[in-house]
Design a protein around this ligand. Structure first.
Ligand SMILES: Cc1ncc(COP(=O)(O)O)c(C=O)c1O
Length: 352
């Protein structure tokens, strides 16, 4: 089967190297106790450190340019992968990049923040550890810019909008074509759920294609009662935007709890064990906030018998590698600051 094109053509600014590979991870499969594990390598989207946000930004930057914007404002934490990708994408597309980041400036320029700085992004720290406060500051800033005759485009946190999530409807079609080519029918596709946009796009796309596998999200930063309605709404509105002839209902929504404590990214023994396991079995570099807790969640589901061990499983590697190299970052998922004093970093993590 060749990949089914999106039914609606949206403005787009190409950034990613697609398709990303889908490959077997036999040693990791054995280690976690499933017969077959495939990894969809969206860490290899190939732009500014890669990861899932690149697919979303193709459509969001396309939309910004189509609406005549001259500035792109993104909000998040200093170690936000979405902000990093947006800042570089803005620069490449000829838009002025502005990052509104919660908290105070960290002592170092590391990981994602280093790339924001190298892209020449204007950094605005809110001074408030509350991550939600970034949105109000971004809107104030946008109003000031508009008053000065500029045309800012404000991205929501996580770049989760139906426009951005179109990137993951397309990814669902890409994955379906790859699975068909190797004649694999997975039981489930497992992906991190942060803002929910990636999973929402995959759910909408998979429903549109009529594929039978479920898209299981591992909750890494939101409680279930907040994540489920948000996911349903995002999947439905994404399907609406793209005119996908499909009904999406509660039966399409599958989320599982993340690993306790893993929402803090560092300091979770299970999350860290998953990170080490992926590295030492397959050379896969996970990130501490999203993909390591997601793999840890998958391992738990296998242990608890939620997944049939004999059915193939797809793990979507959504990237995030730069955050691994930041010792003074703040966690995008929870707003919990990682201590600036390195003696307070959990001992095990200091040896990574
Ligand atoms: C590396 C990585 N994986 C997964 C996610 C979660 O994606 P979403 O916000 O679309 O749920 C994010 C979000 O920032 C991320 O940076």
């Amino acid at each position: 089967m060749s990949q089914r094109p999106l039914p609606v053509e949206l403005p787009r600014f190409r950034l990613a190297s697609l398709p990303t590979p889908l490959h077997d991870a036999p040693r990791l499969a054995r280690a976690i106790g499933v017969d077959r594990l495939l990894v969809k390598r969206d860490d290899l989207t190939g732009f500014a450190g890669g990861g899932n946000k690149v697919r979303k930004l193709e459509f969001l930057v396309g939309d910004a340019l189509a609406t005549g914007a001259d500035t792109l404002i993104a909000t998040g934490g200093p170690q936000s992968n979405a902000v990093r990708t947006a800042m570089v994408a803005a620069r490449v597309a000829g838009l002025d990049p502005i990052a509104v980041l919660y908290g105070a400036p960290p002592p170092g320029r590391e990981g994602n923040l280093l790339l924001d700085v190298l892209a020449g992004a204007r950094l605005v720290f809110t001074g408030d550890p509350d991550r939600a406060a970034t949105e109000a500051v971004a809107e104030e800033l946008a109003a000031e810019l508009r008053a000065a005759g500029r045309r800012p485009y404000v991205l929501p946190r996580g770049a989760a909008t139906p426009v951005g999530d179109a990137g993951y409807v397309e990814a669902a079609a890409e994955l379906a074509a790859q699975l068909e080519e190797i004649d694999v029918q997975p039981a489930a596709v497992v992906v991190a759920n942060g803002s929910g946009g990636t999973q929402a796009g995959l759910i909408a796309g998979t429903a549109w294609l009529g594929a039978s596998y479920r898209i299981t999200g591992i909750l890494v930063s939101r409680p279930r009662q907040e994540a489920v309605p948000r996911l349903l709404e995002l999947a439905r509105s994404t399907a609406g935007l793209l005119q996908l002839a499909t009904e999406i209902g509660p039966r399409d929504i599958h989320v599982e709890e993340g690993v306790p404590g893993a929402a803090f990214g560092v300091g979770s023994a299970e999350g860290e064990a998953a990170l080490r396991l992926a590295l030492t079995t397959e050379g896969l570099i996970l990130d501490p906030v999203y993909t390591a807790p997601t793999l840890a969640g998958l391992i738990r589901l296998v242990e608890h018998g939620t997944f049939d061990r004999t059915a193939p499983v797809v793990f979507v590697h959504t990237g995030g590698e730069p955050a691994l190299y930041a010792r003074h970052g703040e966690d995008e998922g929870t707003g919990a600051a990682m201590p600036a004093d390195p003696t307070h970093v959990p001992a095990s993590f200091m040896h990574v």
